[in-house]
Design a protein around this ligand. Structure first.
Ligand SMILES: *Cc1c(COP(=O)(O)O)cnc(C)c1O
Length: 337
């Protein structure tokens, strides 16, 4: 029985073309800046994002930490969405490693309102920490893969700029956002100072994320990446599939979104509390009576999904999940529940 693994798009395996690119990659020592394949990926990424420079990092978590550090000084305050990945899933690195204070702001399905951001920024006062950075997450994972529209980013960006702060986008799945809205990703990145995206999720690479921003920001980030042990040597073996991903894996995300819609409609028809209109990309988050029971029963039938709370589960569509797999998932759920 084929396992239908809907836990995450991180389970995607590299394509044959990616393996071939790895075998044929020109390599050098990237800590010396001499890996031509890494340099090529970083140039491509910077161009795609409309930024001056880019840096390959080991993971999204490292990209977020390095970016936050390069945007702040110790003891300053960072504004995060209450259920953001940086706050929720990154082992508290922002406190433990970056020594920053966090202020959370609740978003509307992951999207922060400009007024709420403005209210959260500290006034200039001798007693208070300095607010330095605002982070947004696009698509927003825990909110169910929801997208930020360009005008929503602009609205927050206007406030941030007005107050002299920086705006950072955790864009682990920013290409899903762009494809879902049928816009160039630059329509969103133009309003942020720096951005991270993951190669290892829907783009199906085995390893890696990329951060993009000004030359000055990337120079600082490179130093912090080294500090955190992320200075890699012949990293071209990681960059090579990244190049393939940027060339040929972005447009196909549309398929994952279509499958997510089929799944959402099917679940709705079966009486689950999910509205397909709220499923913007490849992530479904919905409530069940008991997440452990639900997931255990699915697992016995060859379907894997993630626990997102005692009564909450997540399913993610990705490369390797076909429409026929979705049909099977719906059939099994109908039979059992
Ligand atoms: C997955 C994810 C990350 C972290 O990426 P890793 O490569 O798993 O460390 C960061 N932000 C968001 C929104 C994510 O979904």
């Amino acid at each position: 029985m084929k396992i239908v693994d809907l836990r995450s798009d991180t389970v995607t395996k590299p394509s044959k073309e990616m393996f071939e690119a790895i075998l044929n990659a020109k390599l050098g020592d990237d800590v010396y800046g001499e890996d031509p394949t890494v340099n090529k990926l970083e140039e491509m990424a910077a161009q795609k994002m409309g930024k001056e420079a880019a840096l390959l990092v080991t993971s999204g978590t490292q990209g977020n930490l390095v970016s936050v550090m390069a945007n702040t000084n110790k003891g300053e305050e960072v504004i995060l969405e209450s259920e953001s990945h940086i706050y929720y899933y990154e082992v508290g690195g922002i406190a433990a490693v970056a020594n920053l204070l966090v202020k959370t702001v609740k978003g509307e399905r992951g999207v922060l309102g400009p007024g709420d951001v403005e209210d959260a920024i500290r006034p200039k006062n001798i007693h208070m920490p300095l607010t330095r950075l605002v982070c947004i997450e696009n698509t927003h994972n825990r909110a169910g893969g929801t997208v930020w529209k360009p005008e929503q980013i602009k609205a927050v960006s206007d406030v941030v700029e007005d107050k002299g702060l920086n705006l950072y986008m955790d864009g682990a799945r920013v290409f899903n956002s762009a494809v879902a809205q049928n816009i160039d990703v630059k329509k969103m990145t133009r309003y942020v100072d720096s951005v991270m995206f993951c190669l290892s999720k829907g783009l199906a690479c085995p390893v890696g994320s990329v951060i993009c921003g000004t030359e000055e920001f990337i120079e600082k980030a490179r130093k912090y990446r080294k500090m955190l042990g992320g200075g890699m040597r012949q990293a071209g073996i990681i960059a090579a599939p990244g190049i393939i991903a940027l060339e040929s894996m972005v447009e196909r995300l549309e398929e994952d979104h279509k499958n997510a819609q089929i799944l959402a409609k099917g679940l709705k028809d079966l009486g689950f509390d999910i509205n397909p209109v709220d499923v913007h990309t490849n992530i479904l988050v919905f409530d069940v009576d008991n997440a452990d029971n639900f997931l255990n029963t699915l697992r016995k039938n060859g379907i894997n999904a993630s626990k997102f709370g005692e009564k909450r589960v997540r399913m993610v569509t990705h490369l390797g999940i076909a429409e026929t797999d979705i049909d099977r998932v719906l059939e099994i759920i109908e039979t059992i529940f």
